[in-house]
Write a protein that binds this ligand. Structure first.
Ligand code: UGA
Length: 430
């Protein structure tokens, strides 16, 4: 099988490299010519641990190459993986422009059998739309199948998640593409669950919605535990020992961000509205997430009396460690709030960059964590990068003007920091 990956973001690059690693020959297609020329030189458009090495390996070995020519790429490949973005439209629905464009290319340029594998996160029923977009743009008839095959990788650990998946979901009503896809994935050791396309599409949303629910559940409970003097991490550990609950995604903090949970929960809510169904639990999941950072900022404001004119070091911009992705990162909401309160903000992140719209006289990005802390009245840790977890906080304290320390991820030893003179504030971890 000749494999074509359409869309070279996290999902596309990971899928392509993992298939190359399994011994398949892969071509990556993207209309962004700048991205293609960088990739040809081995330069990734984003930071993802280990991916540059795997890219170099497979470029040298000749198992991956790149193209920006949809016509030629589609003609020459029979297994086409759609990995393009499905960003949120203003009404919360998933914007399917790029999916539709790719489907139209397939219809227009395809000549013989194509297996179209949908890896992008798409609303229930999209597989049927893709089929009709292909048919509508077909010049001469050719056979094809559209299979739903959602992806469950996490940024920051994308390669290991994709090389060691916990399950493969295949949504198809047709045995031929299921067999072909199982053959493509035959070296991956995990359960394969075959279901209908609509079910597969919903499994993806339900997975992300459930994980987001776990996070908002523990975050809201942390608000109560904070007042009652109860340690939320101990509660998470205790309940997590019950296999019906499970211990993961119960880490309390300033809330979830990223390109997936916020977008997918909104898209699910949009689908529910279309069906005139109210998903009240999901509505609350969003509400808790959108207000969680305020719990921390309220504590800080009370401690400093006012944020006006105070210098605050914000450590971590990325929505999670080991990525430079800042989409929907809680740090951005925190910075916007601090700007409104007329604070001065020093930002640091080991990989991510402050977006232009936030750059101003009162917000500046510093090259090092030390620069950000110098002269600050308070520090807010937004992303649990290893660099911050292992920093020499005893000596760093001397660079600061004040002592307030907000641990937005409950990752540092509050008692130790307090013994070094910090006014440590976590949530329910005293
Ligand atoms: C998420 C899912 O975990 C993947 O399975 C899925 O494939 C992906 O979305 C997607 O749909 O593409 P990702 O957004 O990369 O992956 O990262 P996560 O590790 O899930 O973290 C998401 C957010 O939740 C981060 O802001 C993280 O800090 C936060 N989080 C996570 C918590 O606040 N507490 C936790 O216990 C876990």
């Amino acid at each position: 099988m000749n494999i074509l990956i359409v869309g070279l973001g996290y999902v596309g690059m990971t899928t392509g490299l993992v298939l190359a690693e399994q011994g398949w020959k892969v071509t990556g297609l993207d209309v962004d010519k700048g991205k293609i020329s960088s990739l040809r030189q081995g330069v990734l458009p984003f930071y993802e641990p280990g991916m540059d090495l795997l890219l170099t390996k497979h470029q040298k070995g000749g198992s991956i190459d790149f193209s920006s020519d949809p016509a030629e790429a589609i003609r020459e490949h029979d297994a086409i993986f759609l990995c393009v973005g499905t960003p949120s439209a203003p009404d919360g629905s998933a914007n399917l422009t790029y999916i539709r464009q790719a489907a139209q290319w397939i219809g227009e340029y395809g000549q013989d059998y194509k297996m179209v594998v949908v890896k992008s996160t798409v609303p229930v029923g999209t597989q049927e739309c893709i089929s009709s977009w292909i048919l509508d743009s077909m010049k001469d008839p050719f056979p094809f199948d559209v299979v739903s095959n959602p992806e469950f990788l996490r940024e920051g650990s994308a390669l290991s998640d994709a090389l060691h998946p916990d399950r493969i979901i295949i949504g198809s009503d047709n045995a031929k593409p299921v067999e072909r896809l199982m053959n493509l994935y035959s070296k991956l050791d995990c359960p394969v669950f075959v279901t209908s396309p609509k079910n597969a599409e919903m499994i993806k949303y339900a997975s992300n919605a459930f994980l987001a629910t776990k996070i908002s559940f523990i975050n809201e409970l942390a608000r109560l535990c904070d007042k009652a003097g109860i340690q939320i991490d101990q509660i998470a550990q205790g309940i997590g020992l019950d296999p019906r609950i499970g211990g993961s995604f119960l880490k309390a903090g300033i809330g979830y961000g990223g390109s997936c949970f916020p977008k997918d929960v909104h898209a699910l809510l949009h689908t529910a509205r279309e069906q005139q169904i109210r998903l009240s639990i999901m509505e609350k999941v969003v509400e808790v997430n959108q207000t969680q950072y305020l719990v921390y900022l309220d504590k800080l404001e009370q401690r400093l009396t006012s944020l006006r004119g105070k210098t605050i070091a914000v450590l971590g911009l990325a929505f999670k460690p080991n990525t430079d992705d800042i989409r929907e990162a809680p740090s951005l909401a925190i910075i916007r709030h601090l700007v409104e309160k007329q604070a001065l903000i020093h930002v640091h992140d080991p990989a991510a960059t402050l977006p232009e719209y936030l750059q101003s006289a009162s917000v500046r990005q510093c090259a090092t964590c030390e620069d950000a802390l110098r002269g600050s009245d308070a520090v807010i840790l937004c992303t649990e990068w290893m660099e911050y977890k292992t920093a020499d906080w005893f000596n760093l304290r001397k660079l600061m003007r004040g002592t307030a320390f907000v641990d937005g991820r409950n990752v540092l030893d509050g008692k130790r920091l307090a013994s070094w003179g910090y006014d440590y504030m976590g949530l329910a971890n005293g």
